[in-house]
Design a protein around this ligand. Structure first.
Ligand SMILES: [Zn+2]
Length: 115
């Protein structure tokens, strides 16, 4: 996985956790379990740090996809996009270069990573 995609995966993980904590039902549960506001602030801080390391064009793609899908970055398993479960054409290369477009699924548009 390239560093570019890896950072987007980290950002997504953080944002999904933040979203979950903001969900009122979930929040009550977490409070009962003793998950504090402090942890939430730490997540926000980690997210801000990460945002500074992500190229603007990558962030723009990520945001655009996140408006439509909960997960903008999804893994590929056995040549299948785990976002939409379509088989990917073989010409979609594993990984991605330091510059240029991120590898994306032609069917659903999600950013792909291989692991
Ligand atoms: Zn897809």
């Amino acid at each position: 996985m390239s560093d570019r995609v890896q950072r987007l995966v980290q950002l997504q993980d953080l944002e999904l956790m933040i979203d979950e904590l903001q969900d009122p039902d979930h929040k009550r549960k977490e409070e009962a379990l003793g998950f504090s506001v402090e942890n939430f602030a730490q997540l926000e801080k980690a997210r801000e740090r990460l945002l500074k390391q992500i190229p603007k064009q990558d962030l723009r793609s990520y945001r655009r996809i996140r408006r439509r899908h909960v997960r903008a970055v999804v893994p590929v398993h056995n040549g299948i996009c785990l976002g939409c479960f379509q088989t990917l054409p073989t010409r979609i290369q594993r990984g991605s270069s330091a510059s240029g477009p991120l590898p994306a699924c032609e069917n659903c548009g999600r950013i792909l990573y291989w692991f």
